[in-house]
Ligand binder design. Sequence first.
Ligand SMILES: C[S@@+](CC[C@H](N)C(=O)[O-])C[C@H]1O[C@@H](n2cnc3c(N)ncnc32)[C@H](O)[C@@H]1O
Length: 247
Amino acid sequence: MSRPLHEKSSVDTIRARFDADVERFSKLETGQVAALDGRLMLEQITETARVCCSGAQRVLDLGCGAGNYSLMLQQQFMRPLDFDLVDLSQPMLERAQQRLQDASSGTVNLHQADLREVDLPEDSFDIIVAAAVLHHLREDAQWEAAYAQLFRWLKPGGWLFVSDLVEHTDPLVGALQWQQYGAYLESLDGPAYREKVLSYIDEEDSPRPLLYQLGLMQKQGFTSLDILHKHTCFAAFAGARPASRAR
Ligand SMILES: C[S@@+](CC[C@H](N)C(=O)[O-])C[C@H]1O[C@@H](n2cnc3c(N)ncnc32)[C@H](O)[C@@H]1O
C-alpha cells in the first residue's frame, strides 16, 4: 500500500469499474471470493444482526453492491425488512433491488450517491451495514465524518456492522498480513492473479486499521463494540448507538 492518497483512483474511475463488475458481486453462496473469508463475514454479520436487532425493520446498506448483505439479512430475519440501498453504481443498485424484490415484499429505496454526500434521514435505521466500502474513504477528516454520520443515521439502540479490508497499526505486522493475504490470492489463481488484486488495491483502496476505526466509533459514542472476525487484512466488527439519546 505505497501509493499516496492523492494518487488513488477518483470516484468516477471507481464507479466505472463497479458498473462493469456486477456479476462478481452477485454470488451469495461464496460472497466476494477475493476477500478472504468473504462468506464467513457475511454470515457473522447477518447472524449477529438477527440476534442483536431482533425487532429491526429498517436497514441501510451502504455500498450495497449487488445486495449480498441485504439479501442474507432478509433471509436471516424471515419477515420483510425495509431497505435503503446506497451505491455509486446504478447497475449495482438495480441488481440489488431486483434480487431483494424477488426475495421479499419489503420496501426498497435506491440512492445512487457517494456515501460521503448522500442525504439520508437521521435517527432512522435499526441496522446499518457497510461492507467492503469504507476502504474508499481517504483522509482522516473523511473517516471521522463518515463514522459521525453513521452514528446519526442510526436510531437510538440501532447497530452498525462493518466488514472490510483493513490496514494494520504496525508496518511490520501489516507487511506480514499483506504477505499472507497475497499467499491466499495466489492459492486461488496463481501469481498473476495475486499481483492483479494487490495492484488494484494499491490503486483504488485506502483501508485503515481496525483499531483506528474502533477508536472513531468509541469517540462518536458507539457502545457494545465487538470484533466479529479478523483474518489477515479483513475484519468484521460492530457497535451500537446507545438506546438513550444522550451522546
Ligand atoms: C467491493 S463492493 C462491495 C459490495 C457489497 N457491499 C458486498 O459486500 O457484496 C463495493 C461497492 O461499494 C461501492 N462504492 C465504492 N465507493 C463508494 C462510495 N464512495 N460511496 C458509495 N458506494 C461506493 C461500489 O460501487 C461497489 O458496489
